[in-house]
Each structure stands twice: as structure tokens, then as C-alpha cells.
Design a protein. Structure first.
Length: 287
């Protein structure tokens, strides 16, 4: 028998991709549940469509507020990372690949370029495969408007999406080599690992002294900042490679086991072209 719990995982999946925050996604799912509780069951024709409609409309309102809040956010804003080792169905690897791509940190950052309505339409159709007629009913817009919005969003994202996806083993090896080069102060090796156009973003939320307040661009600058900030690591820091947002990432932990940082990279032609570091402690509670 259908119940709210039947759809809780899928509601969270939509909410997280919509907001880029697991904490906010959980709050959104809970608010959807509270509204569902006050609705007479006889008035609900499709529970899945009803719950998704509430969630997405609330989510778009929250996105408007979040966009304003990020204007005063200290330093670069990055999504809240989540561990995804249990993501997807191992019996359907193609489905898992699609899930991983749609939840990657790089993809979630790209989604920030879209307006809330575009983001909702794109996710519902491209990732969750809702037909445009159903999306139009959910969002109270015409089907033509939804198709047009989807087309604009897809065109915009296609122009900025990473063009190369490395094999997981190569991804892990680059992460391990990067860590070893930084820990060993190996300037030459670190320079080899980074592309000339590499960009580094650090999200400390104003709560981490070592977080740069703007993106760092270019190989020399990224090498310099990477080696310079090494001395600020906790003495007992240990790193492990975990699957974060569908891809290998470095997770740094202090001696109490608490996550201190998450470092993810984008790879192109065997070199690191982008580094994203999440060090805001508020975003690491699920890691």
C-alpha cells in the first residue's frame, strides 16, 4: 500500500538536487509531510504527483531565499557533500551512472546558474523523467513554457558541463598523487598534476581561516596556495578516499573522527582542471 514513506527517498533525491543542501532537503521533505498530513486522503488522486508538487513548489520558494542568502555568503558557496557509496541499484549500472552524474558536485554547481523554475523543470524532466504535461500541472505553468525553459536550461548546461569523465581508478590515483605531492611538498609533481587553467574553490563559510575568499585560478597560484595551507592542517589529520556525490573524493578527518574537509576534483586529459574544497563545518556533519 502506498504511503508517504514509499516516496520519501525519491522526494529527498529531488529536494537535494534542487537545493544543493542535504539539511535543507530533509527540512523540505518534512514540510511536505506536514502538509500531506493536513490533506484529506479523498482529495489526493495520485500520491506521488501530489507529494512531488508540494515539494517542488516549496523548493522553488526556498531557492529564491537561498539565492539572496548566497549573495552575502562569505567566500565561494559549494553544495553540501554527501556520501554515496550505497547510491543506486548495483543490478542496473546504467541507472547508477546517471544518478552519479546528476548528483556530482560539479553538476550541482552548474545548476546554480539556472533560475529556480528552470532548475525544477530540468531536474524533473532530465533526471527524474517526468513528462512535460505532468511537470506543467505540478508547477502551474503551460506545457509550452516548461518545454521552452527546459531547452534553455539544457543549452546553458551543455555549454559548461565537463567534457571528460575519468575512470574511477584514474580518478582515485590522481587524488592520491595530489595528496602525496601536497603532503611531501613536491612542487614539481604537483605542477605536473594540475592543468594550466586549473581553478580552486574553497568553501569555508567564514568559519575556516585557511579558506580563500575567492576562486584561485592558474597552475602557479593553485600550487602555491596548496603548499602554503598544508601547515595549517591539524597535526593528527588523516585522509581517506571515499565516494562523495557519486565520485571519489578525499575526506580529511581529525583524530576524533570528525570530518574536517572534503576535496573533490574534476579531471580532463589526465590532469586536474578544478578543485573544490568544502571546509565549512556546518556542511560536513553527514560525512
Amino acid at each position: 500500500m502506498e504511503s508517504f514513506e514509499t516516496y520519501r527517498p525519491s522526494l529527498f533525491s529531488i529536494a537535494y538536487r534542487l537545493l544543493g543542501s542535504a539539511m535543507d532537503a530533509e527540512d523540505l521533505v518534512q514540510e511536505t509531510y506536514l502538509r500531506y498530513q493536513t490533506t484529506p486522503p479523498s482529495s489526493i488522486h495520485s500520491l506521488k504527483a501530489y507529494l512531488t508538487t508540494i515539494l517542488v513548489r516549496l523548493g522553488m520558494d526556498q531557492l529564491q531565499l537561498a539565492r539572496r542568502a548566497r549573495e552575502v555568503y562569505v567566500g565561494p558557496w559549494l553544495p553540501e557533500p554527501i556520501l554515496t557509496e550505497e547510491l543506486g541499484d548495483p543490478a542496473h549500472p546504467d541507472s547508477r551512472v546517471e544518478l552519479e552524474e546528476s548528483i556530482s558536485l560539479a553538476f550541482l554547481v552548474l545548476l546554480e546558474r539556472l533560475q529556480p523554475f528552470e532548475r525544477a523543470v530540468f531536474l524533473l524532466h532530465e533526471v527524474f523523467e517526468y513528462p512535460f504535461a505532468e511537470i506543467a500541472a505540478m508547477l502551474g505553468k503551460s506545457e509550452v513554457a516548461c518545454r521552452s525553459s527546459f531547452s534553455r536550461a539544457k543549452h546553458h548546461l551543455r555549454a559548461h558541463r565537463p567534457r571528460f569523465t575519468p575512470a574511477p581508478d584514474q580518478h582515485r590515483q590522481l587524488l592520491a598523487s595530489f595528496l602525496a605531492a601536497v603532503q611531501g611538498g613536491d612542487l614539481h609533481r604537483l605542477t605536473q598534476l594540475l592543468s594550466e587553467e586549473v581553478i580552486l574553490w574553497t568553501d569555508g563559510g567564514g568559519k575556516t581561516k585557511t579558506a580563500a575568499l575567492r576562486p584561485i585560478s592558474g597552475r602557479e597560484a593553485v600550487v602555491r596556495i596548496s603548499l602554503k595551507t598544508r601547515r595549517f592542517w591539524p597535526e593528527s589529520m588523516r585522509y581517506e578516499i571515499r565516494e562523495v556525490n557519486g565520485e571519489p573524493a578525499l575526506v580529511g578527518r581529525a583524530d576524533n573522527g570528525q570530518a574536517w574537509t572534503v576535496l573533490a576534483v574534476e579531471v580532463e586529459h589526465g590532469q586536474i582542471r578544478a578543485i573544490r574544497i568544502i571546509a565549512n563545518p556546518d556542511k560536513l556533519t553527514r560525512i
